[in-house]
Write a protein that binds this ligand. Structure first.
Ligand SMILES: Nc1nc2c(ncn2[C@@H]2O[C@H](COP(=O)(O)OP(=O)(O)OP(=O)(O)O)[C@@H](O)[C@H]2O)c(=O)[nH]1
Ligand SMILES: [Mg+2]
Length: 280
């Protein structure tokens, strides 16, 4: 997915999401465990009304475990939340039981009205590149077995049975990132949620390097085998052999290498949002 979020796109995505939401009981809202705040769009809350929601902090394999635990206790006060990884399968098995637990009251009410055996209907929602397709694949086991179109659902969307009592919409709901705060924009770009073309790569790498020096200096030094004085784009470029003629460092290439290594989680497992920010 590489569209840019102009107002027209946002309006279209919002309308589609509203249409999809009409047919589901539970929304699986995907967030990024590295950005438990910045990767979410507050508008979803309004769109949901009183519909049930589970927040899934995905890419937990790339996040700072201690900080993830803090965020989980903080966010639990707002909504049921799990830390998961759609890449390693972590936490995936806990999703359906949690859904059943949250839905039991509604199912009892339906049963009292004589409606039995109705499946719980769920859908995945989140900003670009957050892992929506990966999660759908994990939940369906890659299954192509569709349960068929149901009337009313936007043409093209189908339900996939993921459990005896649960059906999942095969098309995820698209949310757009909120760009209003430049710091949020940088964090989203650093983690790969925003197209690289939107930001100047060298500027972004420079900002991220300063951020890492402040927050994960030891991991940074260890990874590049550089001293504190050598921790700049030039130093990393020399270490990685990103040189141009005359032995000068290719700063663009170095920036791209650094961003890639950061996103892979190899430098450090990082969490970029601070809980304190949330309290301001
Ligand atoms: N390390 C890690 N990578 C993940 C995880 N989940 C997804 N990814 C990777 O993140 C990238 C985006 O995943 P997708 O599942 O395509 O995300 P999406 O939300 O469907 O993206 P769009 O359809 O483009 O909006 C892919 O490279 C995935 O392999 C995770 O839990 N951990
Ligand atoms: Mg996708």
């Amino acid at each position: 997915m590489s569209i840019q979020w102009f107002p027209g796109h946002m309006t279209k995505a919002k309308r589609k999401l509203e249409e999809q939401l009409r047919w589901v009981d539970v929304v699986l809202e995907l967030g990024d465990a590295r950005l438990p705040l910045s990767s979410r769009n507050p508008l979803l809350r309004k769109l949901l009304g009183n519909k049930l929601r589970i927040l899934l902090l995905n890419k937990a394999d790339l996040a700072d475990t201690a900080k993830t635990d803090l965020w989980l206790s903080e966010l639990r006060q707002e909504t049921p939340v799990l830390a998961i990884s759609a890449a390693t399968n972590k936490g995936i098995k806990r999703i359906v039981p949690l859904m059943e637990e949250m839905m039991s009251e509604k199912m009892d009410l339906l049963a009292a009205k004589g409606i039995r055996g109705r499946s719980i209907r769920a859908m995945v929602v989140g900003i670009p590149n957050i892992g929506k397709s990966s999660l759908i694949n994990q939940l369906t086991g890659g299954s192509q077995a569709k349960t068929g179109n149901k009337p009313g659902v936007t043409r093209g969307n189908q339900w996939i049975r993921i459990h005896q009592k649960v059906e999942l919409l095969d098309t995820p709901g698209m949310l757009w990132p909120k760009f209003d705060d430049p710091l949020i924009g940088k964090k989203l770009a650093a983690t790969g949620a925003v197209r690289d073309e939107v930001f100047d790569q060298e500027e972004l790498a420079h900002w991220l390097l300063e951020w890492m020096k402040e927050n994960y200096p030891d991991e940074l030094k260890d990874f590049y085998q550089l001293s504190g004085d050598e921790l700049h784009i030039e130093g990393i470029g020399r270490r990685r052999g990103c040189l141009i003629s005359g032995g000068r460092v290719d700063t663009l290439k170095t920036s791209q290498v650094f961003l890639r290594e950061f996103r892979s989680g190899k430098i450090a497992k990082v969490t970029m949002d601070d809980i304190k920010l949330n309290e301001q």
